[in-house]
Write a protein of this length. Structure first.
Length: 48
């Protein structure tokens, strides 16, 4: 019985690790706010 619980726990931890890895690397990238740059910033750019 203890062996079965141990195996289920390892599978659950592996599943959660993969889930968190994919969510952290894909979904959160869409929520980052990237405002428009003002036109006055062109005066300070090196590459135009």
């Amino acid at each position: 019985m203890n062996n079965v619980k141990n195996r289920i726990a390892k599978l659950f931890v592996g599943f959660m690790t993969l889930t968190l890895f994919f969510l952290a690397n894909s979904t959160s990238c869409y929520y980052i706010h990237q405002p428009e740059e003002p036109e006055e910033i062109n005066d300070f750019k090196w590459i135009k």
